[in-house]
Design a binder for this molecule. Structure first.
Ligand code: HEC
Length: 220
């Protein structure tokens, strides 16, 4: 949208948004019906006459300056710090995470690149536990809905940082793109396709090892 070209996606379940500004502008138009210079056309179908005749808040409704401020606010948000990182059970779970090849997709460490908007964030090691790439997760998780170059069976690896605080902050523990998993273990057991080997290995773990893996995920 911004560059009028197909570029590498980073954000959202299917990695269909290339940067934070476009993700935010996409939410403004898609979720709130507010236009911006990136999405200048109201999100009404032919059939929605009330929507089509509703009062406009300007053209666009969200100014470029407002979009820039909101984007900057998101750049500056911190992720939660880890809890219990040195706990022996958490450490054991961390080793299992690597042995089970979870880290093949949920990459523990990435380094940020140039970031002129906020130079303090440039060239920093971060621990998002994602490769930000699409993976074929098998037929059970497929939504059959291709999105740009993502097939109906592909999903972007979601980051796992903050995982252990989801229930406390959001008041629910549901996971995966459609919220079908009630907890971390259910989310893992839905893994298939490229992640089948990891899933099968988790099924063979002892009760103690499985508890350690979950404890590690909850420390993120
Ligand atoms: C082949 C890549 C791949 C491997 C290997 C993999 N995952 Fe995932 N993981 C994904 C993708 C893609 C999703 C999102 C799937 C969806 O939402 O339908 C996901 C989702 C998750 C979620 C839910 C996150 C959320 O926010 O909803 C958890 C927890 C998770 N994985 C843990 C693990 C663990 C633990 C392992 C190792 C046993 C593992 N994953 C191995 C790619 C992978």
């Amino acid at each position: 949208m911004q560059t009028q070209a197909t570029v590498l996606g980073r954000f959202s379940w299917k990695a269909n948004q290339p940067n934070v500004a476009q993700q935010i502008a996409g939410a403004f138009i898609g979720d709130l019906g507010i236009t911006s210079h990136l999405f200048p056309t109201e999100n009404c179908t032919e059939a929605q006459s009330a929507c089509r005749h509703a009062v406009s808040g300007g053209q666009p409704e969200l100014s470029a300056q407002q979009l820039e401020s909101i984007t900057f606010y998101h750049f500056a948000l911190a992720v939660p710090s880890r809890r219990n990182a040195d706990d022996p059970q958490v450490k054991a779970g961390e080793q299992l995470f690597s042995q089970l090849k979870c880290d093949a997709c949920h990459t523990p460490t990435l380094t940020t690149g140039e970031f002129p908007q906020l130079p303090a964030l440039a060239h920093q090691p971060i621990h998002p536990y994602t490769d930000l790439l699409l993976h074929d997760m098998g037929t059970q998780l497929a939504d059959g809905r291709p999105d740009y170059e993502a097939t109906g069976q592909e999903w972007r690896t979601p980051p796992l940082w903050g995982m252990g605080l989801i229930e406390k902050i959001n008041g629910h523990s549901t996971l995966l793109h459609d919220g079908r998993a009630r907890n971390v273990l259910e989310a893992i057991l839905w893994h298939d396709g490229e992640a089948k080997i990891s899933k099968e290995a988790v099924k063979k773990l002892s009760k103690t090892d499985r508890a350690a893996l979950i404890e590690f995920l909850n420390s993120l």
